[in-house]
Design a protein around this ligand. Structure first.
Ligand code: SF4
Length: 375
């Protein structure tokens, strides 16, 4: 009975942020395959770990057009806080999971649902003395105090913004308010951090359900990174679910997720500005599904290349395809030791991917491939 509940509530949680079931690793770890709906290999924590990932409940008062929990379809279940904590503790003792990802549909109202999630986490922390990773989902419309309470027990809080603007969001449902239920709560998560909560916080966009462009998504991400301490964004390509209002809508190409993850990386890690990312967009303000946005930006910036790696500034080199932060660090160490790069092999030793970087670099002894030859 409990297993069936966990399977139903694990399946209902599987579309959210991290996740992926690797049956091979399950077999290796001796995890029964019937646990695969609620045990996930997860690469989104700061350290990779395996999580128990479930919803506290899958009965929802909201009418999100893409979500099966908004319908009467499927098995409706709810876990008691004690059931969450005890199931997790059992899986953890068996060595099947290292952390918990707990989300929920909104059963009666946001705060009473959140109370049950908080209680699950509290039992784990205070009664079972679990000190590992807990990720809790902030629910749309939750009170500020409930968010602060969640932050006491969690390592990460997240709240899915779903769409890049109120206008796009209105296409996805009628019961949630973009500004009040989502944006305001994102700011409260940020406030919890500023008050000393040791949490990271993340959000997620659904791609393709509201006809948003990549520029819409990138602009929203950029403003969230600028205005809050949001750690990172996740993307979920829309896929129609039978029985929902959008069941007839075309699924989004999953390659779009990948290109937006690459762009997110450029914004957060490489320090690109939104205006540079615009160079990778086509007339419909979409990224190419077939080309790395960093390459597209470099190809569309002929005045910035080729660069001499002996004299170029750090931030210039970071804009060369095939040079990432680790390679840049090695180039910097070599340069500060007086190294002169004369051939591509010298750069390869620093971790530069020459086949990608060569058209954008100028070295004394190497013939310079022209950007036009690149491809
Ligand atoms: S709030 Fe919307 S997306 Fe979340 S569970 Fe309810 S119906 Fe689904």
């Amino acid at each position: 009975m409990l297993l069936q509940k966990l399977q139903a509530l694990g399946t209902a949680a599987s579309w959210d942020s991290c996740g992926g079931v690797k049956q091979k690793s399950f077999r290796k770890a001796g995890i029964p395959l019937e646990y695969s709906s609620f045990v996930h290999d997860c690469a989104s924590t700061s350290e990779k770990c395996r999580l128990m990932k479930v919803l506290q409940s899958n009965k929802c008062i909201h009418d999100c057009k893409y979500c099966v929990n908004s319908t009467s379809k499927g098995q409706k279940e709810e876990l008691e806080p004690k059931e969450v904590a005890e199931s997790f503790s059992l899986l953890q003792r068996k060595g099947f999971v290292e952390g918990l990802f707990l989300s929920s549909a909104v059963t009666k109202d946001a705060d009473s649902t959140a109370e049950r999630m908080i209680e699950s986490a509290r039992i784990l922390r205070q009664e079972m003395h679990f000190h590992g990773y807990i990720h809790l989902k902030v629910l749309p419309g939750m009170a500020k105090e409930s968010i602060f309470e969640m932050a006491k027990y969690a390592d990460r809080l997240s709240l899915n913004i779903e769409a890049p603007s109120a206008q796009h969001f209105s296409e996805l449902g009628s019961t949630k308010d973009y500004y009040n239920d989502l944006e305001k709560r994102l700011k409260w998560i940020d406030e919890a951090r500023h008050r000393g909560a040791r949490i990271s916080f993340t959000t997620q966009f659904i791609l393709g359900a509201a006809e948003e462009s990549d520029l819409d998504v990138l602009s929203k991400m950029d403003s969230l990174y600028g205005e809050t301490s949001l750690w990172r964004s996740y993307f979920s390509a829309f896929s129609p679910v039978k029985g929902t209002a959008l069941e007839e809508k075309k699924p989004e190409n999953e390659a779009r997720e990948h290109r937006l993850y690459q762009s997110d990386w450029l914004l957060r890690i490489y320090g690109f500005e939104l205006k540079e990312l615009r160079l990778a967009l086509n007339e419909q303000n979409r990224l190419s599904l077939h080309e790395d946005p960093k390459v597209a930006i470099a190809v569309n910036s002929p005045d910035k290349f080729p660069l001499d790696p002996n004299s170029a500034k750090k931030e210039e080199l970071l804009r060369v395809p095939g040079i990432g932060p680790k390679a840049l660090e090695k180039i910097e160490i070599a340069r500060s030791g007086g190294k002169q790069f004369k051939e591509f092999m010298d750069l390869k030793k620093c971790g530069v991917i020459i086949r990608r970087a060569a058209p954008f670099l100028q070295l004394e002894r190497e013939r310079q491939a022209r950007i036009a030859e690149f491809g």
